[in-house]
Every structure is written in structure tokens, then in C-alpha cells.
Design a protein around this ligand. Structure first.
Ligand SMILES: Cc1cc2nc3c(=O)[nH]c(=O)nc-3n(C[C@H](O)[C@H](O)[C@H](O)COP(=O)(O)O)c2cc1C
Length: 214
């Protein structure tokens, strides 16, 4: 007899935030991560969520009123659509055992599409409870952040990084605490043609390999 742990095949949800398609360094590094992850989990499945193709709106009044209005309030079709989109994104997250977020840094923080995803998955009663904490459990989460400059520990830019602290804090709110970051900075060398893309990607190979092993 197989137990339920053996029956459950691991599922990786890959969230991608760069608009640059096959020119994107975060996509390329995420693809390498996925290759390593599939090697470590040969029967696992990968679900792709490209945020540039997902049309997640900015948080608006339909979303806020639909969510926080009293239960007896009649929701408009727009409010119900916002709630349904949130439910769909949350279900995708709940079904995942592993989470990969590949994102560029924009103006020291996360791209707007990633912020919109966050705004739709942080939802009381679904992903956290007021005063109690997060409702998601056991999501092994790895985040690949690409940037022009370097923001790693000990660099002069370290404190300017508003990607990792924001993601770490918001993921903790919903119960996701096994989070590690691969900070792949210095893409300026690639953009200036000083370093070949392959050589730049190779600099993160070890960190990516280790991140995918969990
Ligand atoms: C609008 C914009 C804002 C950016 N802001 C920053 C920034 O604050 N710090 C930084 O180091 N790089 C910044 N960059 C550079 C990108 O983070 C960098 O090119 C990254 O490698 C892009 O990732 P991708 O190749 O996956 O698209 C910015 C790029 C753009 C287009």
C-alpha cells in the first residue's frame, strides 16, 4: 500500500515577471532552475504563470469593495470577477509544493505585475487570518532577482534592495517562510557587451543548482 506522501507528486509553480521574453536574464536563470528541479523531481510537474500575459489588474475599488464589503452586500459582476481572479491565483499557489519567482528589480523594488499578483493573493480568510498568521504551509520558495547593479550582502547597495525584504515579508504574512534568494546582479556588463550572456548566467549556476535541490 502506498501512503499519501508517496502518491503526491511535487508541483512547482513558476512565476515570471520580466517583460523581455527570450532576452530576459531572469527567465534564462529560471529555466536553468527548472531544469535542475526536474532532474531532482523527475515525476514532478511545472505550472507556468507568466505575469506579463496574465492581465492582473491594479488593485482597484472592485477588488477592495468586493473583498471587504459586508457579506450581505450584492457584489457587482466586476467585483465578482476580481474575486474569481484572486481565487484562481490562490488555488494555483495552494496546489504548489515549490514556488519559483523570477523577477527583475525595477526602481529598487518589484515590477508592477508582480505587485499586482501579490495584491491578489494576499487575501484574508484564504491565505492569512487577521491576528493569527499565514494559512499556506510547506511551500519551498526560491526567488531569482536580476538587476543591473549588485545588491548582495556586504555591497554598498545592499540597503537599497527593496525586492527581497518586501517579498520575504509578504510571503511570511501568508505562511511561506522557507524562502531563499539568488541575487543575480551586474547585468550591466551583459547589456554593455562586456560579458557574454552565457558567462553571466554561469556566475549564478552554483547558486541556482543549490536552490533547485531543496
Ligand atoms: C524601468 C527599469 C528600472 C530598473 N531599475 C533598476 C534598479 O533600480 N536597480 C538595478 O540594479 N537595475 C535596474 N534595472 C535593470 C534591470 O533590473 C536589469 O536589466 C535586469 O537584468 C532585467 O531583468 P530581465 O533580464 O529578466 O528582464 C531597471 C531596468 C528597467 C527597464
Amino acid at each position: 500500500m502506498t501512503n499519501s506522501k508517496e502518491e503526491r507528486l511535487p508541483r512547482l509553480l513558476s512565476i515570471q515577471a520580466s517583460p523581455r521574453g527570450d532576452k530576459s536574464i531572469s527567465h534564462a536563470l529560471s529555466n536553468r532552475f527548472i531544469d535542475h528541479w526536474q532532474h531532482a523531481h523527475p515525476h514532478g510537474t511545472v505550472v507556468h504563470r507568466n505575469l506579463m500575459e496574465s492581465n492582473i489588474p491594479y488593485m482597484d475599488n472592485d477588488w477592495i469593495s468586493g473583498l471587504y464589503g459586508p457579506p450581505e452586500m450584492v457584489r457587482t459582476p466586476e467585483m465578482n470577477a476580481a474575486l474569481a481572479l484572486s481565487s484562481k491565483l490562490i488555488a494555483e499557489l495552494q496546489a504548489a509544493d515549490h514556488l519559483l519567482i523570477g523577477t527583475p528589480m525595477y526602481n529598487f523594488t518589484v515590477p508592477a505585475v508582480l505587485k499586482s499578483w501579490i495584491d491578489y493573493i494576499v487575501r484574508p480568510g484564504f491565505t492569512f487570518k487577521w491576528g493569527e498568521g499565514g494559512l499556506l504551509e510547506n511551500k519551498v520558495t526560491r526567488v531569482i532577482v536580476t538587476s543591473r547593479d549588485s545588491y548582495g550582502p556586504g555591497t554598498s547597495n545592499e540597503e537599497a534592495d527593496q525586492v527581497s525584504p518586501v517579498l520575504r515579508r509578504v510571503l511570511a504574512l501568508i505562511g511561506v517562510t522557507d524562502v531563499e534568494f539568488v541575487l543575480a546582479g551586474d547585468s550591466v556588463s551583459v547589456n554593455r557587451g562586456l560579458v557574454k550572456l552565457e558567462d553571466h548566467l554561469a556566475l549564478s549556476e552554483r547558486a541556482i543548482t543549490e536552490a533547485a535541490r531543496a
